[in-house]
Ligand binder design. Structure first.
Ligand code: HMG
Length: 389
């Protein structure tokens, strides 16, 4: 029996800032962003959007073709937690109308936790193949204004349905891991923006790639040349290019520069215009690959490198299933991205500086998002979500 990804979709905010606007304000050459880090736009959340609304919006299309009762577990991966106790997934569970017999849990390890959730989900499905597990990864990447990380902000959610005999991608059982206690990127509970040692974080990312690959190769015996496509964790798309050339050098690959690029390019389209969405980032990269690859991917082997600062990394692979094309949500994704509104720099600042009130009174937020679900307000410290009719 094979286990893997039966369905996948993503959602992001309806607003973005073009990095040219940021470059103009800071008097920087825009090519530093467009070429240097490979980013064009970054998604910015509205006041009435959070990780819950993005996750529920991402998951909605997945429920169209299945019995909701077949979902035994919802795993919510995030590093933008909204509560120290309650799992954000419990709100999503209600918004989606899932069964009361579906268990819910939240997982955290920086950008890596969606991958942990997927591996655990595969194990649960292997134990009870009649059931499916819904993994949602949802995050808002925020750095201080005028910091080097500012251009690598973004937001988004990916919803991934794990099942037996999956329609999209079989996940292979072997995987390589790497964990090391490092301080490359972190966010203490009292901060709303991340702290980062930027250059160091890219070095640790690349070191983890080498280590996770080594472990993966030991357990699988697979070679670099056997991988048709790669999905890397994407804090910014240039990171995938750096990773690809490092891994090719390390494995003494004979692929040409064009061949190496062709193995990653289709996975970069969406992230280039969404920005970093932490846990969701690599899986939005997978959607981008499935939606945008020019050739038929049936039978192709896709390699995944998941990285979460701090740090934990994992390398694993999967095979794309024949006929996968008919189960994609390509049009919906393209419409979502095409219909976003560009923010001016002052409008970006206004959304960036919006803070949720903490006084316990009743507050209603302006209706800005267009998604099916929105954060209507906060009353007595409780978030109030609504569903559009
Ligand atoms: P920086 O100091 O703004 O940029 O930091 P830079 O000066 O290093 O320039 C970046 C690149 O642009 C360089 O290329 C320049 O040469 C080039 P490289 O040397 O890298 O090949 N450049 C230009 N290119 C064309 N035309 C120009 C031009 N000018 C310069 N005119 C940094 C960049 C990524 C460090 C910063 O944005 C940052 O701190 N970002 C946040 C941290 C981050 O994303 N780290 C990535 C690895 S860690 C990770 O992925 C985990 C994470 O997702 C969190 C989690 O796990 O939860 C972040």
């Amino acid at each position: 029996m094979s286990v893997g990804i039966d369905d996948i979709s993503f959602y992001t905010s309806n607003f973005y800032l073009d990095l040219k606007s940021l470059a103009d304000v800071h008097n920087i050459d825009e090519e530093k962003f467009y070429l240097g880090i490979g980013q064009e736009k970054m998604g910015i959340v509205a006041a009435d959007e959070d990780v819950v609304t993005m996750a529920a919006n991402a998951a909605l299309p997945l429920l169209e073709s299945i019995e909701k009762d077949s979902i035994s577990t919802l795993m919510f991966a995030t590093e933008t937690g909204i509560d120290q106790s309650k799992a954000a997934g419990v709100y999503v569970h209600r918004l989606l109308g899932l069964s009361n017999r579906c268990r819910v849990v939240e997982l955290k390890q920086a950008c890596y936790s969606a991958t942990a959730a997927i591996q655990m989900a595969c194990a649960l499905v292997a134990r009870d193949p009649e059931k499916k597990v819904l993994v949602v990864a949802s995050d808002i990447a925020r750095y201080d204004l005028n910091s080097s990380g500012e251009a690598t902000q973004g937001c988004g959610a990916a919803a991934i349905l794990i099942s037996a005999n999956p329609r999209l991608l079989e996940i292979h059982p072997e995987s390589g891991h790497y964990t090391e206690d490092v301080m490359d990127f972190w966010r203490p509970n009292y901060r709303s923006t991340a702290l980062v040692d930027g250059k160091y974080s890219t070095k640790i990312y690349l070191k983890s790639l080498k280590q996770a690959w080594q472990h993966y190769q030991e357990v699988s015996g697979a070679e670099f040349e056997q991988m048709d496509y790669f999905c890397y964790h994407l804090p910014f798309t240039r990171m995938a290019e750096k990773s690809q050339s490092q891994l090719a050098r390390y494995t003494k690959s004979e692929c040409s520069a064009e061949q190496l690029s062709a193995k990653i390019d289709p996975s970069l389209h969406y992230n280039r215009i969404i920005g970093n969405s932490y846990t969701a980032s690599m899986y939005i990269g997978l959607v981008s690959l499935l939606d945008n690859a020019e050739e038929d991917l049936s039978g192709k082997r896709v390699a995944f490198f998941s990285y979460g600062s701090g740090c934990v990394a994992e390398f694993y692979t999967g095979t794309v299933m024949p006929g996968y094309q008919q189960f994609l949500h390509r049009e919906q994704h393209r419409q979502l991205l095409d219909q976003r509104t560009e923010l001016s720099y002052p409008e970006y600042l206004e959304l960036y500086n919006f803070e949720y009130p903490t006084d316990g009174d009743e507050h209603h937020f302006p209706e800005q998002t267009k998604g099916q679900f929105r954060l209507e307000g906060i009353n007595q410290h409780k978030r109030i979500y609504s569903v559009r009719g």
